[in-house]
Design a protein around this ligand. Structure first.
Ligand code: AMP
Length: 130
């Protein structure tokens, strides 16, 4: 079922190509449900992306259509990756961009893990507004 604003899943998206091994990535972790790799344009000392292996365009799509086992496996992998990166004690932030207002660029569901420094407010002053 297409997600409003994002359309149906596009097998040519960059993360689908990474999953197929057509584009390299700096892999951090891989298991049955998820692949984690360093973001190509890091916005913090640690900036890692975690993606499910299935074909989901967004969080909305993933939450609505993924089997429960895949959802559990994915979120366990997110926390596991943060732990592997030694971010658990200092802390970290998990973020997903969903759709146009959030500026989602890649139409394959993913979460960002940020860490390695004090991350400040959730949105920059510039972004806060109505
Ligand atoms: P979003 O705006 O949430 O869709 O984020 C997409 C993210 O993917 C951005 O932070 C990009 O820097 C990152 N990205 C795009 N292409 C690649 C790639 N080939 N390898 C790793 N990260 C990528």
């Amino acid at each position: 079922m297409p997600v409003k604003g994002l359309g149906t899943y596009d097998d040519g998206n960059v993360f689908a190509r990474i999953l197929r091994g057509e584009i390299p990535c700096r892999r951090v972790h891989e298991d049955a449900h998820a692949l984690a790799f360093h973001d190509i344009a890091p916005q913090a000392p640690v900036h890692v992306l975690v993606i499910p292996k299935g074909r989901y365009v967004s969080l909305a799509d993933f939450a609505a259509t993924a089997p429960a086992e895949e959802i559990a496996g994915f979120w366990r992998a997110v926390a596991r990756v943060a732990q592997m990166l030694e971010l658990e004690a200092p802390g970290y932030r998990v973020l997903t961009n969903m759709g146009e207002d959030a500026g989602q660029e890649v139409p394959h569901f993913h979460v960002h893990i940020f860490g390695g420094r004090r991350l400040g407010r959730m949105l920059s002053e510039q972004q806060v507004g109505h």
